[in-house]
Design a protein around this ligand. Structure first.
Ligand SMILES: NC(=O)c1ccc[n+]([C@@H]2O[C@H](COP(=O)([O-])OP(=O)(O)OC[C@H]3O[C@@H](n4cnc5c(N)ncnc54)[C@H](OP(=O)(O)O)[C@@H]3O)[C@@H](O)[C@H]2O)c1
Length: 235
């Protein structure tokens, strides 16, 4: 087995995930990008000079196959960044929302994280000290909802999916106590990506930094927390 750390970043063919992959590679890790679209995956892997694997977080078959491929190829995983996420469109006011849209968003942003994490867990447990980072969002912070994101239109899908992801992160931390695995949620800030039609005021590379920090925590680092560049965030 290689001494180099092995990292998997989901949804890494573009946006913040792509930048996380680039930054982890720059730190000397062997990076695998997971992506659902064959062509975008191949192009991103080539541009980054990293490994890649077919992975749709909503499709258990691809997730299991990806885990089997990583097992065969590398035998373990040191870092998992659950980055893949969707907004689900703007029409998601709670009073009028289409329930199918809410389900779709949760399928990716919440169920997808459980699906991928649990499939990768046997590989993560073989690491000397694995790190899991869940890409959350400031909009998922109930305590922060009245602050920077208070002016955003109400949403029944995306913000609650990230609130649920934050809660899930805490529950995983409890479950993984004693394993050496640290798991935290990250808020990248408002970054210009396709997710928001490039309206963000930060770059995707700036948004990637907090995920990289949480992916490279020392053994005595925090677990079950929610952080941005400035430190812990209100739930
Ligand atoms: N941008 C922001 O301001 C911001 C703020 C807070 C949190 N975030 C979070 O940061 C993460 C990355 O977002 P981003 O801004 O970089 O968005 P993005 O540019 O739209 O990228 C999202 C990535 O997720 C992938 N993806 C979506 N559904 C997937 C699935 N079912 N299986 C595998 N991959 C899937 C996309 O792949 P395709 O190319 O195939 O669609 C794409 O690579 C998300 O979790 C998002 O919620 C972003």
């Amino acid at each position: 087995m290689t001494e180099q750390k092995i990292a998997l970043v989901t949804g890494a063919n573009k946006g913040i995930g792509y930048e996380i992959a680039a930054q982890l590679k720059a730190l000397g890790m062997t990076v695998i990008i997971g992506a659902r679209d064959e062509q975008r995956r191949a192009e991103a892997a080539k541009a980054l000079g990293v490994e890649s694997v077919a992975l749709d977080v909503t499709d258990a078959g691809t997730v299991e196959k990806a885990a089997a491929w990583i097992d065969e190829r590398f035998g373990r995983l040191d870092v998992l960044v659950n980055n893949a996420g969707i907004v689900g469109g703007r029409a998601q006011a709670p009073t009028t929302v289409d329930l199918a849209l809410v389900r779709d968003v949760f399928e990716t942003n919440f169920f997808g994280v459980i699906r991928v994490t649990n499939a990768m867990l046997p590989l993560l447990k073989r690491s000397a000290g694995a790190r899991i980072v869940n890409m959350s969002s400031g909009v998922g912070s109930i305590g922060g909802a009245t602050a920077i994101y208070g002016e955003l239109p109400p949403g029944a899908a995306y913000p609650p999916s990230k609130t649920a992801l934050n809660s899930l992160t805490v529950q995983y931390a409890k479950d993984l106590r004693g394993t050496g695995i640290l798991i935290n949620a990250a808020d990248p800030g408002h970054c210009a990506t396709d997710l928001n039609n490039n309206t963000g005021f930060r770059t995707a590379a700036q948004g990637a930094a907090i995920a990289v920090k949480l992916a490279t925590l020392d053994d005595d680092g925090p677990t079950g927390g929610f952080f941005n560049d400035d430190g812990p965030l209100p739930w």
